[in-house]
Design a protein around this ligand. Structure first.
Ligand code: FBP
Length: 579
């Protein structure tokens, strides 16, 4: 009898060149990945001045950050040490630092390039220091789940996407108990430093750990250094010229742009569908803006604009419906509409309703426990203000249910699971039939999210992250703590920086309580990237001006391109990174 998972005789397949190479691929070695592993990444001059890769020292630069007063009081050690000054790479390190034990972990959502942070870190630390990998993110750190990273590991993970080498999670390290656990792990493992590779919330973890482990961890009274590395496909961890972009953004947007470019081609070929595409990126619309600049879709919604210009849902729907009707007059019954993942949090009325909901869910946590979603909703309608209750009740069930979903440990709404694109396309359909029943409108909904976070790392992300790893390692060897590694002037050689993390914290409401967190960088309406979109939008809506950038390129004319939004916002004269 045939077996459901295979009936071939394994013996027949052995000793065959094709099956040998296929089974090699089963182990995760695709020929393309092997070729990418072998690729050289660019090293910025600071690390290669002496001819070989060497760490650098840091000195105070000319930029000072202004911390929130309340935050400054809660982070006395970090603020006193950094004086809120951004450090800049000074010289090649001449003294040899040896015997340090450093742990590295991934935190939050995966992003391409994380593996190369580990590679850069390992190589800059050299053979005289030990790099330990923490399994499964902050949770693994609390459990003391560590192993030594070897040169063989480095060869295996070089230039590959994903975080699967170590795994990741979203545990928030905050409570005194957690800090004590980390302190104990540091003692047991004899650690001198921890590197946290993560986004805004993970770097908030890093700031707190740096403060709490500043001194008195080891028997001689010394502390454990903590360094952050800016990661997130969302691109919402940026700080002007001092931190042009988080890593992972470039790869993710290039992958989304390929898919959106393909859809634009498909729809201009088949001439009959309107595609509503929601793009990952959480609250900020950087991902959507970047993909729009790469592909020129028919309509691009930008959450920040909707909030700032106070555009209600009915008007968003009207704008889309009118564009569809106008195009129908030219027989263009198709197009692509980009919707940022976190749009729902920015629509006037929804913002305050979601805040109210977050507060009440935290306040009535015990009462909600054990209730079904329907019961929870009924309970909530009466607890929210009348207008918020009515708004929540008016929404489609799928949206309501997701708005009631558990927040993550950092208090974030799981926007990746809220089908805003479906809500919009249904509303647009209804509006079109009110305005002009003769207009042909067929829509398809898409969510492009998890597909891109672990894609093969772009050349930009591979190079950027290798240098971020080398920067993090240099900060450690230079004795620094509480800094985030960064690189500036990506168009002119790139220079390593250390940004004092505590100086970035602000007060925000999370789970109904004020929390000290790194503020998410949102799309600015006066930024060059947004203004560029603004100047082209009408044209892209009226005619077909789409561009199909194709797959992520590792060789060829566009291989060295950085994100367009970064080049435009930083005023670089070319799209190519130069280091
Ligand atoms: P980070 O901020 O941790 O990098 O995560 C980004 C992200 O990919 C968001 O774009 C998305 O909304 C979220 O993670 C999804 O989270 P999860 O992986 O927990 O489903």
């Amino acid at each position: 009898m045939g077996h459901i998972i295979g009936s071939l005789n394994a013996g027949e397949l052995l000793n065959n060149e094709l099956t040998d190479s296929l089974s090699a691929m089963e182990r995760g070695y695709s020929p393309l990945e092997n070729a990418i592993r072998a690729m050289d990444v660019s090293v910025c001059e600071a690390f290669s001045k002496s001819g070989a890769l060497a760490p650098v020292t840091f000195a105070p630069g000319d930029r000072t950050l202004e911390p929130n007063h309340e935050v400054a009081e809660a982070f006395p050690n970090s603020i006193a040490a950094s004086k809120n000054i951004i450090l800049t790479a000074a010289e090649t390190m001449t003294s040899k630092v040896t015997g340090k034990r450093i742990a590295v972990l991934f935190s939050g959502g995966p992003a391409a390039g994380g593996h190369n942070v580990v590679v850069g870190l390992k190589q800059i630390l050299g053979p005289d220091n030990t790099l330990m990998g923490v399994i499964a993110g902050p949770k693994g750190l609390l459990r003391g789940n560590l192993f030594e990273i070897t040169d063989e590991h480095v060869n295996e993970i070089r230039n590959t996407g994903g975080f699967d080498f170590l795994g990741t999670d979203r545990t928030k390290i905050e409570k005194p108990d957690d800090i004590e656990k980390v302190r104990n792990v540091c003692r047991e493992q004899n650690l001198d430093a921890i590197v946290i590779i993560g986004g805004d919330d993970s770097n908030t973890n890093a700031a707190l750990l740096a403060e709490k482990l500043f001194s008195d961890v080891k028997d001689d009274g010394s502390g454990v250094q903590v360094i952050g590395v800016p990661k997130t496909i969302d691109g919402d961890l940026q700080l002007g010229d001092d931190l042009p972009i988080s890593f992972g953004f470039d790869t993710a947007t290039k992958i989304y742009a390929e898919k959106v470019g393909n859809l634009l081609r498909d729809t201009a070929s088949s001439l009959k569908y309107w595609h509503f595409v929601r793009l990952m990126g959480r609250s900020a619309s950087h991902v959507t803006l970047e993909v729009a600049l790469q592909t020129h879709p028919t309509i691009t919604l930008i959450s920040e604009e909707i909030r700032e210009r106070d555009i209600p849902l009915s008007e968003i729907v009207d704008i889309i419906a009118q564009t569809i009707i106008e195009r129908a007059k030219k027989d263009l019954n198709y197009g692509v509409i980009l919707v940022p993942e976190g749009l729902i949090e920015f629509i006037p009325g929804f913002t305050t309703m979601i805040d109210d909901l977050n507060d009440k869910m935290a306040q009535f946590k015990d009462e909600l426990n054990g209730k079904s979603i329907r019961e929870q909703l009924l309970f909530m309608y009466s607890k929210l203000t009348q207008s918020h209750g009515e708004l929540l009740e008016s929404l489609p069930d799928s949206i309501k249910y997701m708005l009631m979903a558990d927040r993550d440990e950092h208090g974030n709404l799981p926007v990746s699971r809220i089908e805003t694109e479906a809500m919009l396309s249904n509303a647009v359909k209804a509006r079109i039939s009110e305005l002009d029943a003769n207009v042909k409108f067929e829509s398809l909904n898409h969510f492009f999210g998890y597909e891109a976070r672990c894609g093969a790392s772009s050349l930009f992300d591979s190079s950027y992250t290798y240098n971020l790893g080398a920067t993090a390692g240099s900060l450690i060897l230079d004795g620094r703590t509480g800094y985030m590694a960064s690189l500036t002037v990506l168009d002119k050689g790139a220079r390593p920086l250390g940004i004092p993390i505590a100086s970035l914290l602000d007060i925000e409401m999370r789970k109904g309580k004020p929390a000290k967190v790194i503020e998410k960088a949102l799309v600015k309406l006066d930024s060059q990237a947004f203004l560029y979109l603004q100047s082209r939008r009408k044209l892209w809506a009226e005619y077909d001006f789409s561009s199909s950038p194709g797959p992520v390129q590792f060789w060829g004319p566009t291989a060295r391109q950085m994100p367009k939004t970064v080049a435009l916002n930083r005023g670089y004269s070319s799209l190519d990174f130069k280091f």
